[in-house]
Design a protein. Structure first.
Length: 177
């Protein structure tokens, strides 16, 4: 009989230990309702790849889209290349208007502050020259595609604040103001 009592006492102890361990483990279970939210670091704009010195600004030209297969199995799009002229009409720089083969954004061009002329071809209007002003630490954007027309129209700006092509496409802000 004493063996049976010892065995019974041992079984009770094991049973109590199993219940205790089960309760302890269930208290550690993680559920989405009771757990704290995952907190991440603050997100912000990307860091500039290049700090522009104080006497330079940036020019971005959304010229007409060009589509090609470029020797690959997939179609690529890029903005038409253009030239930057000095006010006297002399060539300052030829621009390949795509920073890399797989990106569709136009190439940002860093220029010394001053006046220039963007010289570009347009299938609807032919040869187009747009005078531009580059201002220190600012971006001058020229758009020949009409992509930003809706944005400009929503601003309800006076017509004198905008520069337009002959067909009505908005090219950008007027620098006369």
């Amino acid at each position: 009989m004493t063996n049976v009592l010892k065995e019974s006492k041992y079984m009770k102890t094991c049973l109590i230990a199993c219940v205790f361990v089960s309760l302890l483990m269930s208290g550690c279970a993680v559920t989405s309702q009771s757990s704290a939210p995952l907190v991440l670091s603050r997100v912000g704009p990307p860091r500039p790849e290049r700090i522009v010195p104080n006497n330079e600004g940036t020019l971005v030209v959304y010229s007409e889209w060009m589509t090609s297969l470029a020797g690959t199995d997939y179609e690529t799009r890029k903005h038409r290349d253009f030239m930057i002229l000095l006010p006297d009409g002399s060539l300052y720089r030829k621009v390949r208007n795509a920073p890399a083969a797989l990106f569709e954004d136009p190439a940002p061009i860093v220029l010394p502050s001053g006046d220039y002329v963007v010289d570009v071809a347009d299938s609807a209007l032919g040869h187009v020259q747009i005078p531009v002003q580059i201002t220190t630490n600012r971006t001058t954007t020229v758009c020949l595609t009409g992509e930003f027309d809706d944005h400009f129209k929503k601003l309800n700006l006076p017509p004198a604040d905008l520069v337009k092509l002959a067909d009505g496409r908005i090219v950008g802000w007027s620098s006369k103001h």
